[in-house]
Design a protein around this ligand. Structure first.
Ligand code: UDP
Ligand code: MN
Length: 280
């Protein structure tokens, strides 16, 4: 019996990684993810995108152009794209313990993510991420007239398989999700927080090791950054001053404009390509 317990706890958890992207971001963002963290977990990575992407199999993608229309950073379109995340999640519900959404301007430290999620029970309802604001969303309307915390999708959000199955009635149709966003006048991540808090009584488990590029202070103090970056779970990039610019430059800047490849090597020194870079 003892050995049963040991075997159970040693079983690796399975995480599905869903990346929201668009064809026009392929060369400027996605390519850096493909060269780095995605290569470590590629069998478990799926995408939502308006159009097909180079070198990515159609079976790993949900195409959104027909349903969501042309690309724009608007509330409706991003709600529409996020609604498509759930097509993938429901499809693979039996295979994965955790479902995490990331934007295409995020580096994910997959080992730290796995280490952290392993401490939580995926059979319990979890909603994990970084609180978007320093305070709750104020709300006084029915059906849930209470303030709640929500996590910004741009720092990464993870849901346990139990939460995904509880969400099914609200996420099984793309149009119902979009109508919900519009009715409540919430962006996709706020609406998701509303569904979880308001209908399912699942509150946010905050993790301050998730970071988006919206966070001003994260890249501002060199000493703190260099001391702590190996413990962080996600990193945002894509803005001129919001990327790990304190790191030494291991690649020519045209090959690694956001130092994402550098970050990847410093976090995964055992990789062949990285061993070479670090010795140089
Ligand atoms: N996005 C998209 N279509 C668009 C604009 C943005 O799918 O027309 C996606 C983008 O790929 C990213 C996310 O939405 O994953 C957030 O976009 P972005 O990082 O440009 O904006 P911000 O983080 O400032 O909200
Ligand atoms: Mn972004």
């Amino acid at each position: 019996k003892n050995s049963d317990i040991i075997n159970q706890t040693a079983k690796p958890i399975r995480i599905l990684y869903l990346i929201r992207t668009a064809a026009h971001f392929y060369r400027v963002r996605l390519i850096y993810l493909l060269q780095t963290w995605i290569s470590l977990v590629k069998d478990d990575v799926f995408f939502t995108s308006d159009l097909l992407l180079p070198n990515i199999s159609e079976t790993r993608m949900i195409l959104t152009k027909e349903t969501c229309g042309s690309e724009a950073h608007s509330m409706n379109i991003l709600c529409c794209k996020t609604a498509h995340d759930f097509i993938i999640y429901h499809r693979y519900l039996s295979k994965y313990d955790w479902f995490c959404h990331f934007d295409d301007d995020q580096y994910v430290n997959v080992n730290k993510l796995e280490e952290y999620l392993s401490t939580l029970d995926s059979n319990q309802p979890y909603y994990v991420g970084r609180a978007s604001w320093s305070d709750t969303i104020k709300r006084s309307k029915e059906p849930f007239p209470y303030p709640f915390w929500f996590a910004t999708l741009g720092a990464g959000v993870c849901l346990s398989k139990h939460s995904i199955s509880l969400l099914e009635p609200y996420t099984q149709s793309v149009s119902a999700f979009i109508d919900g966003c519009i009715n409540e006048n919430y962006h996709d991540d706020i609406y998701l927080g509303f569904l979880l808090n308001g209908y399912l009584n699942i509150s946010l488990t905050q993790n301050s090791h998730f970071h988006s590029h919206l966070e001003k202070s994260f890249y501002h103090d060199k000493q703190t950054f260099l001391r702590t970056f190996k413990n962080e779970i996600t990193f945002g990039f894509s803005r001129p001053d919001r990327y790990p610019h304190f790191l030494p430059q291991l690649y020519q800047s045209n090959l690694d404009p956001y130092r994402i490849r550098t970050l990847h090597c410093l976090l995964n020194t055992q990789l062949k390509e990285c061993e070479r870079k670090i010795q140089q």
